[in-house]
Design a protein around this ligand. Structure first.
Ligand code: HEM
Length: 411
């Protein structure tokens, strides 16, 4: 550990300008390495085996309030304060985590998601019809008009979001994932977001519906389900489900479309039946993790790592480097950095692992396969409108997508 501490921390690039390069640099520094996360120090874990073990380790907590000595006094000026300070399942530990997760998880179970398929297809069809009106030869931004709209409309349906609340959520959730904001901009966005969440709760209290927002409000107001919720937990759970269910899935759809348009041989293999849409979605999740790095976890005690990999001291922060782990040669050999949906083993950690593993993984996969299948059926000759090297990344190390995805529907 002396050596690990002596090496200067690698400063994570807030602009996310070179995901693949930064992942390679992180891996080159060993299975775990010191990083500077917008001014706060953490251990980035890039080795897939070690990362999986730590994600299963009960000595590691996501609760900054209880287990990060830096919080809140030193992190008040930190742009990611919202990520670690929220009171919901994302940051809860132990029994608290089980209580908060139980209120939400059943709504996203496999059977429920299968029943949602017709609704997802209907929304997708409507979106395709609206972009179909573009004139031949005119570029269409598929991120803005398609990838970004489907997930928010689906989560909006499940949560009972009134249509006129959706633009506010899109804007503020985008900013939650933007790592180039100043502290003041991030704080202003957080304030904005809570105003929008409060308005949602007020609206749904007055007009309950058959949706998850209403059920969470009932859990809060009647103290009935699983021991109830505080008002803060209610707002932060709504914030979590709306934001986790949105930005991430937008990136998955964006990256999968981009991957297919730049690897036409795999699109051809789908058409012959040699590959499935599931293969494409799974390999995209592995190759372009929608959430490349996940803040934060904390050691609740000194943790001595196996094979003399070092010690993580009590109170140290840990950031899961999912993207670097997914493309680690130890997991996928020399072709780890290549998009190859035909590889038999597409193992990845993009949805996390262990008790905090993504609640919405089934929904995300269903949305993405539906979006791809219906898009390429409607526009079989779809192409990028600019060269792939001109696509610009989102300004973020927490969100891996493109600012825009200009395509020609009928070149
Ligand atoms: C947690 C990824 C879609 C809801 C997570 C985590 C990741 C993740 C990395 C955190 C794991 C950790 O603690 O390290 C993704 C990706 C998605 C996606 C890549 C899309 C491609 C969704 C959707 C929902 C959702 C559609 C809808 C409800 C959640 C929730 C948690 C979570 C509630 C917190 C779980 C917990 O802490 O117990 N997701 N997610 N996600 N995700 Fe997703």
């Amino acid at each position: 550990t002396t050596q690990q501490h002596a090496a200067p921390a690698l400063v994570l690039d807030p602009t996310g300008s070179d995901r693949q390069g930064e992942d390679a640099a992180l891996r080159a520094r060993g299975p775990l390495t010191r990083v500077n996360v917008l001014g706060e120090q953490a251990w980035a874990i890039t080795d897939p085996k070690l990362l999986k073990a730590l994600l299963m380790d009960a000595r590691i907590s996501k609760d900054a309030h209880r287990h990060w000595p830096r919080f809140p006094t030193h992190t008040q000026e930190w742009p990611l304060a919202l990520w670690v300070g929220v009171r919901n399942m994302f940051t809860a530990h132990g029994d608290n985590h089980r209580r908060l997760r139980r209120l939400v998880a059943p709504a996203f179970a496999g059977r429920r998601m299968t029943a949602l398929t017709p609704r997802i297809e209907q929304i997708t069809r409507e979106l395709l019809t609206s972009i179909d009106r573009a004139a031949p030869g005119t570029p269409v931004d598929l991120r803005e008009r398609y990838a970004a709209v489907l997930p928010i409309r689906v989560i909006g349906h499940l949560m009972g979001l009134p249509d006129n609340h959706i633009p506010d959520f899109r804007r503020t959730v985008d900013s939650v994932f933007d790592t180039t904001l100043t502290t003041d901009q991030a704080a202003a966005n957080t304030q904005d977001l809570y105003a929008i969440l409060t308005r949602l709760v007020t609206t749904k209290r007055a007009e309950p519906g058959d949706d998850l927002t209403t059920r969470l409000i009932q859990a809060r107001d009647t103290d009935g389900l699983g021991g109830g919720l505080t008002e803060q937990e209610l707002l932060d759970t709504l914030l979590l489900v709306i934001s986790a269910g949105y930005e991430t899935t937008v990136n998955l759809i964006d990256q999968a479309i981009t991957a297919l348009l730049t690897h036409p041989q795999h699109l051809a293999a789908i058409r012959t039946g040699a590959l499935s849409w599931d293969d494409i979605v799974e390999e995209t999740l592995r190759w372009k993790a929608p959430v490349p790095l996940l803040p934060m976890r904390y050691a609740t005690t000194d943790i001595v790592l196996p094979k003399s990999q070092g010690i993580i001291r009590k109170g140290d922060a840990v950031i899961a480097a999912y993207s670097a782990a997914n493309t680690h040669p130890a997991l996928h050999g020399r072709t780890a950095d290549r998009f190859d949906p035909a590889r038999p083993d597409k193992a990845h950690l993009s949805f996390g692992h262990g008790v905090h593993a993504c609640v919405g993984a089934t929904l995300a996969r269903l949305e993405a396969t539906t979006a791809l299948r219906m898009l390429f059926a409607r526009f079989p000759h779809l192409t990028l409108a600019i060269h792939a090297t001109q696509l610009t990344p989102l300004p973020s190390f927490l969100s891996h997508g493109h600012r825009t995805l200009p395509v020609l529907l009928r070149p």
